[in-house]
Design a protein around this ligand. Sequence first.
Ligand SMILES: C[S@@+](CC[C@H](N)C(=O)[O-])C[C@H]1O[C@@H](n2cnc3c(N)ncnc32)[C@H](O)[C@@H]1O
Length: 457
Amino acid sequence: MPSKISKILGVFLFCLLTLCAALAQTPQFVPFASAQPVLSAMRDALPPELKTSSPVTADAWNNWVRSRDKEIRGRIEGGEADTLTNLLCLGVTYTKEPRILDPQKYGKDSAINSLAEKRADDLIRALAGARLSEGMLEMRVFLEKKGLSPATPDGRKKIKAYLLANLAHQRDDLNKWGAELSAKKISVYQLFKDRGISTDSNLYPDYTIERHLRQMMEKGLLTPGSVHRVAIVGPGLDFVNKSYGSDFYPPQTTQPFAVIDSLARLGLADPASVEVYTFDISPRVNRHIERARKTAAAGKPYTVQLLCTPLNQWESSFRVAFLEYWQKFGDRIGKPATRIAVPAAAAEIWNRAVTIRPGVVLRVTPVDMNVVYQTLPLAPDQQFDVVIGTNIFIYYGGLEQALARANLGTMIKPGGFLLTNELLPDTAPSKLANSLQTSVLTAPGDTEYVYGYVRQK
Ligand SMILES: C[S@@+](CC[C@H](N)C(=O)[O-])C[C@H]1O[C@@H](n2cnc3c(N)ncnc32)[C@H](O)[C@@H]1O
């Protein structure tokens, strides 16, 4: 009985804390006064809706910011479609056909065409099944919301056409980006500015962030125990991510936990008291983190599968350091768990698993916020010591990146940092000045960067 009472009390306390957190963390649209310096500095880059009056008026901004926020959120659907395409190409649970590792050959190579057809048939058959894994169920719900049901012959025919059209679309995008990059027509940091917003995630950026934090300590930019409040922008969800992902494990979020683990390993924060907020516009990401919190409130840990695919072309120093990071992942926030065995069809993937303590999971609070157009008005003692955002700003053009830089600057405490793996423009005023930049050579001709920005007084 006492355990039942303590469970009820635990859930009650959880609900109360969630309510308080929600009230304290309600995003608002970025006020005109905050955006104005960016809009003035980037007059030439403004969209027609903002150019109707010069200078831009508060009314024009207030209308535009709301409609842009809607448009951005509308791009999530395209990202979900990309996840479905990844499932079509890389999934191993629903088919015996080999994986399609080179979607650029679709339409040009009859073997790949026939593989795509067979995999599409197998996937649709599986989606119509009664007992679906979490990831497959999410994909079926996504299709059903578009009016595509695998339950009828007509629905199956339409889904097949949709899947193959998306694959062709992905191939065309890959070709377009390759051409634009080699012609230097677009910045690599804005490559996806017109693309659907994907929730893809993997462990590689987390390694570069830990490496960067260590170098910040060595340079005296961060001191032991100095990190109390952290925000992760766009934590994402890993499910058949495009870089060697798969579907044999359920959708999972790793970045918030990777960051807490790294901060604890480096002695920068105490995992029992650090406060971590996640800012994301994807309902799937926010719901997933909320569910993990609810489960943690009932005393259950959160298990993550830690996947990596060591490549022959990796630099040997990167290989050693990354694998060491991968082996240690979680040792400050949980303990090793039984991994989900990797199916033979995805044998190049290495996997280990960790269960994360419920107390650590409860340190993470999800907030539905678009960091380009929305903000949290924070009292000085609530501002963040560190904000981390990897593979998120690449979905935006120069104006939006400048708006995000200025906006995030208002939520970081003086002397605090923003860390990203995308270079943000300094074409507009912001409270964030360039700080330490680190890089690691991962393979010949392939360097990963982390850019640090420090909040000025
Ligand atoms: C590609 S994932 C990156 C996941 C993870 N950070 C990583 O590097 O592995 C991009 C994430 O950013 C989120 N996102 C994109 N635009 C955003 C915005 N304006 N505000 C908040 N989150 C955003 C997406 O929903 C998604 O979860």
